[in-house]
Write a protein that binds this ligand. Sequence first.
Ligand code: IPD
Ligand code: CA
Ligand code: CA
Length: 286
Amino acid sequence: MEDNNKPSYVVGSKSFTAVAINAAAKAGEWIKSRVGIYKELNTKLSPQDLVTEVDKGAEIMIRKLIKTHFPNHDFLGEESVEPGAKASAEAVAGYADSEYLWIVDPIDGTTNFVHGNPYFCVSIALAIKGELTVGVIYDPMHDEMFVAEKGKGAYVHGKPMSVSKETELSGSLLAIGYNPEREFALPNNMKGIAALSTRTRSLRAMGSAALHLAYVAAGRLTGYYEVGLNSWDVAAGVLLVKESGGQVTDTQGGPYHLAARHLAATNGHIHQELLQTLKEAEATGL
Ligand code: IPD
Ligand code: CA
Ligand code: CA
């Protein structure tokens, strides 16, 4: 029998997730269709910080799709913020009291997109009262949808993910990132790479912070670290890693928060060893 007291529409976390998946899938398909035929290539903060009309168009598309369902929610998208650490920090601070905040990177891995290298993604997160609640990362070239909900685990291809089992740095596959703010990041990277390349199984730098985090969550990488990140690069991926049983902190071991810029994400087992190595190498960025 029909329960007449039951509301016909409940805005629960399942609906948030469904909207995030739909937006990521639609934007991802369109981005994929523009590989090799984008029209405008511009630089932002540095000659390495690239943006195309596809980044901007994808962000508009995602914003519209989200706002259609949740018109009163706040939206923080990379292409709507002035480039640079200061503007990024101010944007996050401006949403400190936000009840529902969507944090979006329309293309994470724009350099790869521009070169036709199939390693980029759409990253969409929802923070409720500052707490990451939904994280969706879609890799359109490999048709991989990574989904996490707070307290409910993380999934790829609909199957639960878990982080890898390595217990020591020496058996680990780690990823690093070449942040476009070179002046600040490169000296850190050089010290980090020098220390880690002799202590790990191997290092990778595939060019998408969000996908690196999704791969840590899926157990395909043991860990990842980078200095100089922004909230939209990592918000969805942080939830994926945590919900897959991994650990995310800043590079000194402090708790993750939306304004954190220098991050380490691992399977948990190697976390302290990674942090210690970064500390000894003076590569924490802090
Ligand atoms: C960049 C990518 C890259 C990372 C940079 C990010 P974008 O994002 O995630 O892998 O090293 O720090 O800025 O510019 O492609 O969205
Ligand atoms: Ca990014
Ligand atoms: Ca981007």
